[in-house]
Design a protein around this ligand. Sequence first.
Ligand code: PHE
Ligand code: FE
Length: 290
Amino acid sequence: MSADGFGSGPPPGARADWTIDQNWEAYSQAEHDVWITLYERQARLLPGRAADPFLKGLEALDLHRAGIPDFARINEELRRLTGWTVVAVPGLVPDDVFFDHLANRRFPAGQFIRKPDELDYLQEPDIFHDVYGHVPMLTDPTFADYMQAYGEGGRRALGLGRLHNLARLYWYTVEFGLLETQQGLRIYGAGIVSSFAESVFALDDPSPNRLGFDLERVMRTPYRIDDFQQVYFVIPSLQSLLDATLQDFGPIYSRMAAATDIPIEAVLPQDRVFTRGTQAYAQKGGRNAA
Ligand code: PHE
Ligand code: FE
């Protein structure tokens, strides 16, 4: 993940590209236990919910129950499978730094883990979100190419002043994407698979809309960073996602400059509707409801 509004350079102790040593030996048993607790909750929930490439990646990297994984270990296998590596960063990094890492097949992951009393809600992505949530999908060759292309596309969008449109694509795919399969909808988005509550909500709750993915539609749809999503977008395959994004976004960005945002809860006549949500959860005030 990335954020803007930073000062000029990396924090003290970080390298120019914002990376730090993971310092795996320094994690306490209490920190490993947080990983284990989170891992075991998701392990019970995700079979039959998470997409196959995610579950396969989890298996391949052996992100097992023994605690926080050592990046040096997972990188051996990840590099072999798709040429990606995970690098440690202190927290959110500036957009240009983030895109540069992705374009070079490096995924920046938070080095720290959440505290035992904040298992369910985080302000900033930690190592569980970043590694458990994101890294398994990077073992899939198609998704691996998509993420690298996104990094290159991010640098371009930044230069063109259209990052807010491109960020929505990241949000509704990499973070909150759903995949259509013959067995039903499956989760591949990291923000969902790393969240106990949203792993259920995203698939089972009657509240959110679940709509077919359409690139320009997604780029015009705002998102929520503070609560469950009001809309999820469903892709037919990872290949179709990669294919849709391989085109030149220049003409799309020109159209975006003139286009209006689509209200977050809207269902349009041209939408392919998997679920027309009740929006009851959002209307009741979401997580802040009494
Ligand atoms: N094709 C996009 C462009 O021309 C780049 C991109 C690729 C963006 C993949 C997102 C995902 O800018
Ligand atoms: Fe993320």
